[in-house]
Ligand binder design. Structure first.
Ligand SMILES: [Ca+2]
Ligand SMILES: [Ca+2]
Length: 619
């Protein structure tokens, strides 16, 4: 190796050593990223919160679940998705065993408050987000007696309740708009959500925007919250449109509500779930500082849609999990989902998506960190290209899908490692992903195969793996599938698009090894074929995570040295176990940056990976 390269490598090593103290852009100072870990390390903080919310949640629109009585069917037009469909709490109460059979631990419904009584260009407030009276239940859902019965029934079934609240806006026909004009922002319509003032004070969808900084508004929103907490005995709250309300409000409001839940109801693990509708994990950092302990996991949602619905590389999953782990550590209990009432339905995200894909996606969110949330209709093959179209009435017609999802959901009750365990990436390629969840007394291996054909996978087990001592092991999803272990080699016969879950209880000594493992840097040689480099242009590599410069061209690793012909090479110290998500860039002597075209590259740096070879892509 030439001396220039040695100097460069030393500089890179120095920058890597200091990288743990640099902040990722846009993050607030004390929410800085953690150093890239050897593995994805998950729930060690907040064990009580993770225990309390370990079971899957079922989310439904009251109007779209089950029509228990025709008495309240005002404005109902069956089959017209923009109108009311007749669902009500009496229907929910009649079907209460449905949730138990699906192995659900928590129910979340759309808001229960009274909504506008007229249509808005053919759209009705069947979703519940167009409030006209904060202290009254909508007649469509039934009576407060029905709500009381619902609370009793779910208590009997040991099911929690998450209450959906709207604090950002009211409907234009709400009496407050006339009676208290000073309770609203006067910014006008929101067009640019990148602008902080416009995003928090502008009107979304023409809805009058509440002025939370007004003392009377603050008080009425707190009263509204407590009123519904008292009525429903909620175990947590789901907050709509979080990004459209100023941080100052959340910083004051969330601790007050948390205190109320603790002092009045003894609910120490009260969930504060924020809807921050964004795919970039960085956007969530300031909201974590505001006091939320859960968010919808939109960043992971986009990655898993790419993988399971659009049939893209599985490497996107560990790349995303690792990226989020670097930013948030274990501070947030992510609410994971495969679709919801604001997104396309899973089946409609891509033409290729089918029910096997859907079940794999659900198995994935059930076995990684966070709290999995089923959106009503995931078990019922509901389709729809966007949120509104996907809000169809449940038909209860796919018993096998229901049973399969119920079986996956049951894993959460049976295997504590899935909600509490550390996470270690074992193997990842374009078509399969193997990871381990581990607590001091349980080790679980999850194997997801996305290949369209059957195949064999041989995994070499670590000496300290509980599986290394066994001869045979049965799949937790299908006990008739048994796999052999010989000389610490586990041989798996994979079906096409398969999920296998293996778990053992016992003294899992690998737990300590993973917990204490420090970042192991290993030398990796990177070669890139690039034609037509212009005079003064040099090649660099940049990607996700501080170890690859966090996508900042100024912090890119390089330059590469000419090796032979169009081939350029460099050697870097990179963290073993990391999934690298990266691209190559060219920089000229004036500092002008040219990015490689096409999709990002991914590679899992396991112990056997010492080289990366690629060709520059123009598109
Ligand atoms: Ca009804
Ligand atoms: Ca607002």
């Amino acid at each position: 190796m030439c001396s220039v390269l040695n100097v460069i490598l030393s500089l890179i090593l120095i920058s890597l050593l200091f990288s743990c103290s640099t902040n990722v852009k846009n993050s607030s100072a004390d929410a800085g990223p953690r150093e890239a870990a050897l593995q994805v390390l998950t729930p060690q903080e907040n064990p009580a919160l993770k225990e309390a919310w370990k079971l899957p949640t079922y989310f439904f629109l009251v109007d779209r679940f089950y029509d228990g009585t025709k008495k309240n069917n005002e404005f109902v037009k069956k089959g017209v998705v923009l109108s009311y469909q007749g669902g009500d709490l009496e229907g929910v109460n009649k079907k209460i065993d449905y949730f138990t059979k699906l192995n659900i631990g928590t129910l979340l419904t759309t808001p229960l408050t009274s909504n506008r009584k007229t249509d808005q260009s053919g759209h009705w407030g069947a979703h519940g987000y167009w409030i006209i009276d904060h202290f009254k239940m909508d007649d469509h859902w039934g009576t407060e007696e029905d709500l009381k019965k619902f609370t009793e029934l779910r208590k009997k079934n040991n099911q929690k309740f998450l209450l959906d609240l709207v604090l950002n806006h009211v409907d234009a026909t709400h009496p407050w708009v006339k009676d208290h004009p000073d309770w609203f922002h006067t910014y006008g319509p929101m067009k640019n959500d990148q602008d902080d003032k416009e995003r928090t004070e502008g009107e979304i969808y023409g809805l009058p925007d509440l002025k939370q900084e007004n003392a009377e508004v603050y008080k009425v929103l707190v009263d509204y919250t407590k009123h519904w907490m008292d009525l429903t005995l909620a175990d947590g709250l789901r907050f709509d449109s979080v990004r459209h309300i100023d941080h100052a409000f959340w910083k004051r409001y969330l601790p007050e509500i948390k205190k109320y839940a603790e002092e009045k109801y003894g609910k120490k693990e009260f969930l504060l779930l924020g809807e921050v509708l964004h795919g970039d994990p960085q956007v969530f950092l300031p909201y974590m500082q505001d006091g939320f302990n859960s968010f919808y996991d939109y960043p992971l949602y986009y990655s898993l849609t790419d993988v399971f619905a659009k049939h893209q590389s599985m490497l996107k999953l560990p790349a995303r999990l690792q990226e989020m782990d670097r930013l948030f550590g274990e501070k947030i209990l992510w609410t994971t989902f495969i679709d919801n009432h604001d997104t396309s339905r899973f089946f409609s995200a891509d033409k290729k998506a089918d029910s096997e894909d859907l079940k794999q996606a659900i198995a994935f969110i059930t076995t990684v960190r966070g709290m999995p949330m089923i959106y009503s209709g995931d078990e019922d093959r509901i389709r729809g290209k966007n949120g509104e179209e996907g809000r169809k009435m449940i038909t209860f017609s796919y018993q096998k899908d229901f049973d399969d999802i119920a079986r996956i959901n049951k894993l959460r009750a049976d295997l504590p490692s899935l909600s509490q365990g550390l996470h270690e990436d074992v193997r990842a390629t374009d078509t399969h992903y193997v990871f381990r969840r581990i607590t001091p007394s349980e080790e679980t291996l999850v194997i997801i195969n996305r290949a369209a054909a059957p195949g064999t996978l041989a995994l070499t087990l670590e000496d300290d793996s509980l599986f290394a001592k066994e001869k045979q092991i049965a799949d937790k999803l299908n006990r008739y599938r048994v796999f052999n272990i010989k000389d610490k080699k586990l041989t798996l016969f994979l079906r096409k698009r398969d999920v296998i879950i293996l778990s053992l209880k016992g003294e899992a000594s690998r737990f300590k090894v993973i917990q204490e493992s420090k970042k192991i840097l290993k030398p990796v040689k990177v070669f890139i074929d690039a034609e037509n480099l212009e005079e003064g242009e040099q090649l660099f590599i940049v990607g996700a995570g501080t170890h690859l410069g966090a996508w900042d061209p100024q912090k890119a690793l390089g330059p590469f040295e000419a090796v032979l012909g169009n081939k350029y090479g460099a050697e870097f110290e990179l963290p073993q176990g990391a999934v690298l998500e990266y691209k190559f860039i060219k920089k000229n002597s004036q500092g002008k940056v040219t990015w490689e075209g096409g999709d990002n590259h991914y590679i899992f740096l396991d112990s056997a990976t010492h080289q990366i070879r690629r060709t520059w892509s123009n598109h």
